[in-house]
Design a protein. Structure first.
Lengths: 213, 377
């Protein structure tokens, strides 16, 4: 794929590749942080379970996988005011959108007693630059929509601007690709460096190191 | 009547289509005696349930407990997703289409852990425009046309949906240049449809690139126990029983071959079309199955549950010896119709799609009696 004619999107099979590369790298570089795991789309009930292998190969491109990660954030502000430590749980899912042909970040957040937290509360606790990213960017806004597979409301970073800023990112960053084309393996790391900012998800710098071990 | 005229008829039929609803207030919200009678309303197929609030509130207001209204609906205990068009909900949840459709309305106690929040007409409008943008992105590779709509056009478009006004809708939406799908029947080459997958956004002629992708939302309801009559179909008591696929269909053109509705369903659900599965296209109506089964049904007369699977082997719908591992496509329903699968997909899309430019397809499938599959949550 030549970068200059690339439109910033990727196919679902490329997403598979990118996701596996991302998951591996994350595990390698951040053994301490909660890992990402690849969760295939809940199987269509009409496929008998013994056909699982056949499934993976023949439905390449039909798989719409989730990546599940957990990050634990301790809310320091509440430490000061209350007597008890409030722990916030975040679940992040990266789901491929067949419509926009890009990954989409879904997340939910809840306290230790399972009580879901409101977006306004989350935004208050985000580090300063996150709210800036959200406010200033016409490309990033958070909506509450149904999770594509879990039939529950989750927060979602809207994907309609993703392809544009991914293209921009790859064009302007010389360390990403260049004349060799778009390195699919780096797509997710780069993508998450952008969207992560909007939701306070920290991505370690080593994730952007192209060197393969 | 030529194909074009038939298409216009179909569109009119769909736009004017309405579901008769009999709406009961949930008893927990009834504070007066006697209980209020149910409200009878005609809900537009292309509309959305929360938009019925202005009709329902006056009917029930005198009996509601104090508080703020957050309207939501349920059907036999299943909370209804408000962002799905009313007609689609009816087609999907009522296998045997009951008329009037009996629903329960709530004005309190919104189940925020199950349903995404709905703050009245604005939420519904946002969801509609959002879907329209998504459809535009699928068809054109970008949503500029929707984003650049003038405020007055957007208002007019939304009102045309609210009021079920097809003429206004068609006039305003034509400005969006979401062109009709090329008719594969008419052999004229439509190379625009087969542009490469890389969307460059602009062609030499300056117009948007047609990606050849059609916005489709597919709802698959699968049951492990077969049923002959729709009225015997089991109840859907959780949305987890329905597989939802929001995936565009890419039209592949072959020489002299029409891309049919069957091809589209096959593209989305390839696993339903392995050799063992046969779809009865000659007799789409389930009732006719019974008539044709009778003469061939001389092997087993007992109709207990275990035999049902074996018996399928003798009916017209499947000519191969059946076993427990058989999957069967029972029904394909679009806008309340069960179209023949041979119909050109382009015709189906152009005439049966919803105003947000998505074609909603409900599919009923009978699945093998396999052990339950693990679901990762």
């Amino acid at each position: 794929m030549d970068i200059s004619s690339w439109d910033g999107t990727l196919s679902s099979s490329d997403f598979c590749l990118a996701a596996h590369a991302f998951t591996e790298k994350w595990k390698r570089i951040n053994p301490v942080l909660p890992p990402w795991s690849w969760v295939p789309r809940p199987k269509s009930p009409w496929l008998a379970s013994h056909e699982e292998d056949h499934d993976e190969k023949s439905h390449k491109g039909n798989e719409e996988p989730n990546c599940l990660g957990k990050d634990e954030y301790i809310d320091n502000a509440t430490l000061v005011q209350s007597y008890r430590q409030d722990v916030r749980y975040f679940d992040f899912h990266i789901v491929y959108s067949a419509s926009y042909r890009v990954p989409v970040l879904y997340f939910r957040t809840y306290s230790s007693d399972g009580q879901p937290l409101l977006l306004e509360d989350i935004e208050k606790e985000l580090p300063g630059n996150s709210t800036n990213v959200l406010m200033e960017s016409k490309w990033t806004f958070i909506t509450q929509e149904e999770h594509p597979y879990l039939n529950r409301p989750w927060y979602k970073l809207h994907p309609c601007g993703t392809s544009e800023w991914m293209k921009l990112l790859f064009l302007t960053d010389p360390s990403l690709g260049g004349s060799q084309g778009v390195p699919v393996e780096l797509y997710l790391s780069s993508w998450i460096s952008m969207v992560g900012q909007a939701v306070g998800l920290k991505v370690p710098l080593e994730m952007f190191n192209k060197r393969k071990e | 009547m030529d194909v074009e005229a038939m298409g216009r008829e179909a569109q009119k039929y769909v736009w004017e289509g309405a579901i008769p609803l009999q709406i009961h207030l949930h008893e927990s919200e009834v504070t007066t005696l006697p209980h209020p009678s149910p409200a009878l309303v005609l809900a537009p197929r292309m509309g959305y349930l929360p938009l019925l609030l202005p009709l329902l509130k006056p009917h029930f207001s005198s009996t509601l407990p104090p508080g703020v209204d957050t309207i939501w609906f349920e059907y036999k205990g299943l909370p209804l997703k408000w962002h799905i068009p009313t007609g689609v909900l009816f087609d999907l949840l009522c296998a045997e289409q009951e008329r009037p459709w009996n629903l329960t309305v709530h004005f309190r106690g919104y189940p925020g852990n199950i349903l995404t929040p709905c703050e009245g007409e604005d939420s519904v409008k946002w969801s509609f425009i959002n879907s329209l943008k998504e459809a535009a992105y699928i068809v054109n590779g970008n949503c500029k046309n929707v984003m650049n709509m003038s405020q007055s056009d957007q208002v007019e478009l939304w009102h045309s949906v609210l009021n079920g006004n097809m003429e206004t809708y068609q006039r305003v939406s034509s400005k969006l240049k979401l062109e009709k799908v090329g008719d594969q029947y008419v052999g004229k080459p439509n190379s625009n449809l087969l542009k490469s997958r890389t969307n460059t956004g602009e062609t030499d002629t300056g117009g948007p690139v047609k990606t050849g992708r059609i916005p489709v939302r597919l709802y698959v309801w699968s049951v492990s126990k077969d049923f002959d009559d729709l009225e015997d179909a089991p109840q859907i008591d959780s949305w987890d029983q329905i597989s939802y696929m929001n995936r565009p269909v890419e039209i592949h053109r072959e020489e002299d071959k029409c891309f049919t509705l069957r091809d589209a369903v096959k593209a989305l659900l390839p696993e339903l079309f392995v050799e063992k599965t046969l779809i009865d296209e000659e007799i789409p109506r389930i009732e006719l199955e019974e008539e044709s089964r009778a003469p061939s049904d001389d092997e087993s007369n007992t109709r207990n549950e275990e035999d049902v699977e074996e018996k399928q082997g003798e009916n017209v719908e499947c000519c191969c010896p059946s076993d427990d591992a058989e999957t069967k496509l029972k029904l394909v329903r679009i806008q309340g119709i069960e179209p023949k699968l041979e119909i050109p997909f382009s015709w189906v899309v152009n005439n049966l799609m919803n105003p947000e430019h998505f074609l909603h397809i409900c599919v009923f499938v009978k699945v093998p009696q396999a052990k339950p599959l693990p679901h990762d949550r």
